[in-house]
Ligand binder design. Structure first.
Ligand SMILES: Cc1cc2nc3c(=O)[nH]c(=O)nc-3n(C[C@H](O)[C@H](O)[C@H](O)COP(=O)(O)OP(=O)(O)OC[C@H]3O[C@@H](n4cnc5c(N)ncnc54)[C@H](O)[C@@H]3O)c2cc1C
Length: 415
């Protein structure tokens, strides 16, 4: 069985083929496709978007809901639509004057970034998905393999294998799967009430519970604040100093002044070190202010923090030579892109596709292998530290629209 049969390919292609398979239906895929279809609307019927969750933006929405995030961290000009100003022109700085006043009263500053509210951003994306008819391109499945197929004239194409045993033949693949593994510090042992922030359920927090949140970034601050608002006694413990920055990555990383020297660094291992140095975890000034006004306690510069579930004492957190018993420990320590987590990518890497500890080494057009492109956080060795956020998605979309995958070829199949 092939999903591609139901995708309405133009006559001329074998019925089981599409031109491009995009893996993942998050903001990266949406940005790339919206831009691409803006340039070449007729390509729509030759694209299949394979998404495990079967819907657009599921992982994004789940992440925002889990942490009860009301406002994006990125500026209003970063969004998946091709026109930079589309969001700001539609929604203004804030959806309503009342929202702006409420936000200003709460945080002391609305800020100049015109950051979208979560609700307005989702409505904007939904409208874009509907306008571009991208729901019709979804294939609800997980990509488990990708095999290069040599064509008659030396051209190659891809056989994309899905978890239901079916395959899709495609001339090119764009991987937008945000493939990652969780980062858990060596001294933190997950289990029981010691959880990674990705598993936290704020709804389960009870009044008076003692919660230790490990980390100094936006997720740590956000979870701490929300738990405190539910009546918990929260302490945020961070290894390093308090870092406040309105953007997670300096905006210069979307511009040539930072990117040109980065790209001039020929050694991909050195590029990785640069990216990791820049992505050091910080929180926005309004969140920092809200935390300071809240009852959340903060320990900064604590050095290595340890945590473990203790069968007799419950969760135990340790820092600066002291151990404390608490009711919950949340490790808000983030995640790291790692292609080896996805079997399809791991197999390609095992057969020689270049990578630095799980980060693919791509060319300037984001191509990893002939006809196989990677966008999102995994493209950081080419796009720099902002690759994984909405600004990075825009940069990837520019590259793919201008220099990346070729326009679909009417009636030509490499099979
Ligand atoms: C809590 C949080 C808040 C953030 N806020 C912002 C912000 O305000 N601004 C900003 O610019 N960035 C933000 N980011 C960073 C980044 O923009 C988001 O993580 C964003 O979701 C990344 O988009 P993506 O498309 O790469 O990945 P995702 O949104 O994770 O989408 C990837 C999709 O691929 C699917 N998938 C993966 N593997 C497969 C497979 N093998 N087969 C089929 N489907 C697959 C997944 O199911 C998923 O739906 C935030 C991140 C987090 C965690």
């Amino acid at each position: 069985m092939s999903h591609a049969r139901s995708l309405g390919n133009d006559a001329g292609l074998p019925p089981t083929d599409v031109d491009t398979v995009i893996v993942g239906a998050g903001p990266q895929a949406l940005t790339v496709l919206a831009r691409w279809l803006f340039e070449r609307p007729s390509d729509l019927r030759r694209v299949a978007v394979v998404e495990s969750a079967g819907e657009w933006m599921t992982a994004w929405r789940a992440g925002f809901a889990r942490q009860c995030i009301d406002v994006l961290r990125s500026p209003g000009v970063h969004h998946p639509a091709p026109d930079d100003m589309a969001f700001v022109n539609t929604h203004g700085n804030w959806p309503t004057f009342e929202t702006a006043c409420a936000a200003a009263l709460r945080s002391g500053s609305v800020g100049p970034l015109q950051r979208p509210t979560t609700a307005a951003f989702w409505r904007f994306c939904l409208q874009l998905i509907e306008q571009t008819e991208l729901n019709d391109r979804l294939v609800p499945a997980t990509v488990v393999g990708a095999v290069a197929v040599r064509g008659r004239c030396g051209t190659s194409s891809w056989k994309v294998e899905l978890d239901d045993g079916s395959t899709i033949g495609a001339r090119q693949v764009v991987w937008a799967g945000n493939t990652r593994r969780r980062r858990v510090p060596a001294g933190v042992q997950l289990g029981g009430a010691v959880q990674h922030s990705g598993d936290v359920d704020l709804g389960a927090v009870g009044v008076g519970e003692r919660i230790a949140v490990i980390g100094g970034g936006q997720s740590a601050g956000q979870l701490a604040l929300r738990a405190a608002q539910r009546g918990a006694a929260v302490t945020v413990v961070s290894r390093g100093p308090r870092r406040v920055a309105d953007l997670d990555v300096d905006a210069g990383w979307l511009m040539e002044d930072h990117l040109a020297p980065f790209r001039a660094t020929m050694d991909p291992a050195e590029r990785r070190r640069v990216v990791e140095r820049v992505q050091c975890g910080s929180m926005t000034s309004d969140l920092d202010l809200e935390l300071r006004r809240s009852r959340v306690a903060r320990v900064v510069g604590a050095g290595e923090v340890t945590a473990r579930p203790d069968p007799d004492r419950g969760p135990v957190v340790g820092f600066a030579g002291v151990e404390c018993e608490v009711d919950r420990v949340w490790a808000a320590t983030g995640s790291v892109p790692d292609l080896r987590v996805a079997p399809a990518l791991a197999e390609l890497a095992a057969s020689g596709a270049p990578h630095i500890d799980g980060w693919p080494v791509l060319d300037d057009t984001l191509q990893w292998l002939d006809g196989f492109y990677v966008v999102g956080a995994l493209a950081a060795l080419t796009l720099g530290p902002a690759a994984g956020n909405l600004g990075g998605a825009r940069a990837a979309a520019d590259i793919l629209a201008n220099r990346g995958p070729e326009p679909c070829r009417t009636g030509i199949s490499t099979y």
